[in-house]
Design a protein around this ligand. Structure first.
Ligand SMILES: Cc1ncc(COP(=O)(O)O)c(C=O)c1O
Length: 322
């Protein structure tokens, strides 16, 4: 029983995915959070820190830039706590996420998609500008706020450790800001330095293409700038996944009952391929399902007409050492 909606953030289920590999692969169902994604954790942590430190006061406005889920988390928390919320998004956002922001009564500003975080017309710069212009406002700034990773170190890492009773051997998470994989990875390595930590990136991201990014459809995930939140020292490997492989895996896991978003498809693809090639029955994998497929149904990714047991294409999975 929770006295407030926000106390219900976290303690999400950890569920085995029935994959045909010897290793056990478990997914942390972050879509079970009240705002529907892993970002509830980082948003509540940054907002409550701002309240404690006086950066956010009663009657204030919270402004943030988001590819969707951070914005939804901020809008949900703002609604529950009674703050005005302005979210600046890129046109890449799904219609469902846009309508979710509006349902939480957030004001939405839409910018053209950009490859560069410092683009003067991009969503991050516009959010910074709005925050400077708006009195009594606070910007969590997930892209540059170290509390982003700290949130996952404090909230998500211990859950993964405790739910597996310390038996986790491999951890996989999609990297956008890198907060999730850095925070959880740091916590798990402190508990057991032998746990292997994998960040999952898009093959088309700024980092994966050495600064020449191409468009990709997976939302939320993809290392598109030199993120100060992402600590490569915590990572064992960065794995890259194509849109095609992420979407093909979406159908596979949906057919098993896990209706997840494209970044989760990418993470599941990377973990499955890695487990098939490298892991044995002694290994216990945990991966993050960051959000639900319900936020992407209008994108037409899920049509099951051609589903088979596993993706048909030869995998474009590749490994890059950080
Ligand atoms: C669904 C989903 N997965 C993964 C990520 C990446 O998380 P992080 O920014 O902590 O690296 C995000 C970020 O918004 C997301 O929305």
């Amino acid at each position: 029983m929770h006295k407030t909606l926000l106390e219900a953030i976290g303690n999400t289920p950890l569920v085995r995915i029935p994959f045909d590999v010897p290793a056990q692969i478990y997914a942390k169902l972050e879509y079970a959070n009240p705002g529907g994604s892993v970002k509830d954790r980082s948003a509540i942590y940054m907002i409550e820190d701002a309240e404690k430190t006086g950066q956010l006061k009663s009657g204030g406005t919270i402004i943030d830039a988001s590819s969707g889920n951070q914005g939804i988390a901020v809008a949900m928390i703002g609604a529950a706590k009674g703050y005005r919320v302005i979210i600046v998004v890129s046109e890449k956002i799904s219609q469902e996420k846009l309508e979710t922001l509006r349902a939480y009564n957030a004001q939405v500003v839409i910018c053209s998609p950009t490859d560069r975080i410092d683009d003067p017309e991009g969503y991050h710069t516009v959010a910074l500008r709005l925050q400077k212009e708006t009195p009594n406002s606070f910007m969590p700034n997930q892209y540059f706020n170290p509390l982003n990773a700290q949130a996952h170190y404090t909230l998500l890492g211990p859950e993964v450790w405790e739910q597996t009773e310390g038996t986790v051997t491999h951890f996989f998470a999609g990297a956008g800001t890198g907060g999730t994989v850095t925070g959880v990875g740091r916590y798990l390595k402190e508990r057991n330095p032998n746990v292997k930590i994998f960040a999952v990136d898009s093959v088309n991201s700024y980092r994966a293409t050495n600064g020449c990014p191409k468009p990709y459809c997976v939302e939320g995930m993809g290392i598109d700038f030199d993120s100060p939140v992402l600590d490569c020292a915590v990572l064992d490997e960065i794995l890259t996944v194509s849109d095609d492989d992420a979407i093909a895996m979406l159908k596979v896991v949906a057919a098993k009952g896990f209706l997840v978003g494209p970044s989760s498809g990418a993470v599941a693809h990377a973990a499955y391929q890695y487990a098939k090639e490298h892991l044995s029955e002694r290994d216990r994998v945990v991966l993050i399902f960051g959000d639900s497929g319900r936020a992407y149904l209008s994108k037409g990714f899920y049509a099951q007409g051609e589903v088979e047991n596993m993706p048909r294409k030869k995998s474009s999975y590749s490994q890059v050492h950080p």
